[in-house]
Ligand binder design. Structure first.
Ligand code: SAM
Length: 231
């Protein structure tokens, strides 16, 4: 039988990105709070970040059972009391195992899943987070339909070779789907290695009704040569 040690998986990028992500979360997450993490992967982020936040209980979730075992094994190894046992959650499922949380974090899932997962992600969070609930996503994103670096364009091609339905998404596309579920993009933070954190806030019920009834945000039109400015 595998020992707990052998269950601990490692994802190479975590060492590089965990401190910059921690700095953003320290600033934007409510503390104390219950934070729902979607797509926790190996559990290295959860067990590094949660103990460094003030009064945060961290609920990791992950569809893959081997990764759930890894999350629990890391939590045991590091004695991370702020990290709850990992729960099974595929964002595509209609019912989520967590009914309420104050905030949500999702690191590097949106580009490694079909677009429908992003839609389901915000639909599920609309059911789970209260008014003013904060959502933070981290990953590579396009801006105005363009990659922000050649390395992101290469990564996008590699993703699509692995699965045609994966790929680096555009901030405006994510903003639109978030908006349709009552989340407003409140901040975009540039992160190392051409990644970004997107910070969303769950609007009040009344504001969400108004959002749903109004058109989604459009990217700013570019003013080209010959365009006339209104006088
Ligand atoms: C690139 S890994 C990132 C894991 C971890 N957050 C990290 O940054 O190391 C992508 C993760 O997304 C998860 N994932 C993919 N599709 C998902 C879905 N529909 N619902 C929830 N998680 C999903 C995978 O199981 C995997 O753990």
């Amino acid at each position: 039988m595998a020992t707990p040690t052998s269950k601990r998986l490692r994802a190479a990028p975590v060492i590089r990105n965990r401190d910059p992500i921690l700095e953003v979360l320290k600033r934007v997450l409510p503390q104390p709070s219950l934070v729902l993490e979607i797509a926790s992967g190996t559990g290295e982020h959860a067990t590094y970040i949660a103990p460094k936040l003030n009064g945060v209980m961290w609920q990791p979730t992950e569809p893959d059972p081997l990764r759930r075992d890894s999350i629990d094994a890391w939590a045991a190894e590091l004695d991370a009391a702020a990290v709850l046992p990992a729960l099974e959650l595929d964002v595509m499922s209609e019912t989520w195992p967590v009914r309420r949380a104050h905030a949500a974090v999702c690191i590097n899932m949106i580009h490694v899943a079909p677009w429908e997962a992003t839609v389901a992600f915000f639909a599920g969070l609309a059911r789970t987070l209260p008014q003013d609930g904060v959502v933070v996503t981290y990953g590579p994103y396009k801006v105005d339909g363009e990659h922000t670096a050649p390395s992101n364009a290469r990564f996008d091609r590699q993703l699509k070779l692995m699965n045609q339905r994966w790929g680096v998404r555009d901030v405006a596309e994510i903003e639109r789907v978030a908006w349709s579920h009552g989340f407003v993009l409140s901040e975009t933070v540039d992160m190392p290695a051409n990644n970004k954190c997107l910070v969303f806030v769950h609007a009040s019920e009344r504001a969400a009704e108004l959002l749903a009834a109004s058109p989604a945000p459009e990217p700013e039109p570019e003013v080209g040569v010959g365009d006339k400015k209104p006088v």
